[in-house]
Design a protein around this ligand. Structure first.
Ligand code: ADP
Ligand code: 5GP
Length: 202
């Protein structure tokens, strides 16, 4: 069936499992693609240009804003992050639904701009203690950065009711399956249907 493709916006506190879950979904579903954002943040050890982000300087980012190349952008943790319109359009044309790992501001902008072509999913940890453990085990941020991200999460949590779905990422397999089921159900929504298969009424 030919349906109108949409964006799946995954949000949730840093360390909850957004990257891990996105990767799993992409492995199991050929009709999904990942949107790579632009950022002015410095590339961290283990990150790859064009795979994790497109790393640019502030001048380039400002140019992207001025030329309206970005569908949305935000300033978090001292850096700019943004999604290019072209990225989404290319994937939609190729018949893919697009996963995005973006903050709550970006998610709400997506809802405002794309309306029903956005599906907002909020990932929660089983407990805050477990979230802290995951962040510490990941060993990417120092203690100061971790507590900064923690307090930002507590602030952003007020936007939680504006999301379409919530998932607790306790057991990874269950969380991945739940999200995959949500995506598949959304694909079958009549409001997304563009055309019935050719010759359907013959
Ligand atoms: P995010 O992208 O939301 O910041 P990550 O995907 O990087 O989070 O996950 C943070 C850490 O938690 C990683 O070390 C990852 O392997 C681990 N993790 C993710 N999901 C689970 C889970 N369900 N159970 C235990 N550890 C998990
Ligand atoms: P990190 O530095 O951990 O990679 O990302 C920091 C935050 O920026 C995360 O909350 C992430 O979801 C968010 N983010 C990444 N890309 C984008 C984007 O294109 N737009 C918005 N609004 N947020 C983004």
């Amino acid at each position: 069936m030919d349906y109108e493709h949409f964006c799946i916006v995954l949000s949730g506190p840093s360390g909850v499992g957004k990257t891990t879950i996105s990767r799993r979904l992409l492995e199991m579903d050929d009709n999904l693609a990942l949107s790579i954002s632009f950022t002015t943040r410095k590339c961290k050890a283990g990150e790859i240009e064009g795979l994790h982000y497109f790393f640019v300087d502030e001048d380039k980012f400002e140019y992207l804003i001025a030329s309206r190349a970005l569908l949305e952008y935000t300033y978090v943790y001292g850096n700019y992050y943004g999604t290019a319109r072209e990225t989404l359009e290319c994937f939609f044309e190729k018949g893919k639904d697009v996963i995005l790992d973006i903050d709550f501001e970006g998610a709400l902008n997506f809802k405002r701009i794309l309306g029903p072509r956005s599906l907002l999913i909020y990932l929660l940890p089983p407990t805050l203690l477990e979230l802290k453990k995951r962040l510490e085990n990941r060993m990417r941020e120092d203690e100061k950065e971790i507590s900064k991200r923690f307090s930002e999460f507590k602030d952003e949590f007020k936007y939680f009711p504006l999301y379409d779905y919530w998932i607790i990422n306790d057991d990874l397999e269950s969380a991945v399956n739940d999200i995959s089921n949500i995506i598949n159900c959304e694909r079958m929504r009549i409001k997304r249907l563009v055309n019935l298969p050719e010759g359907f009424f013959k």
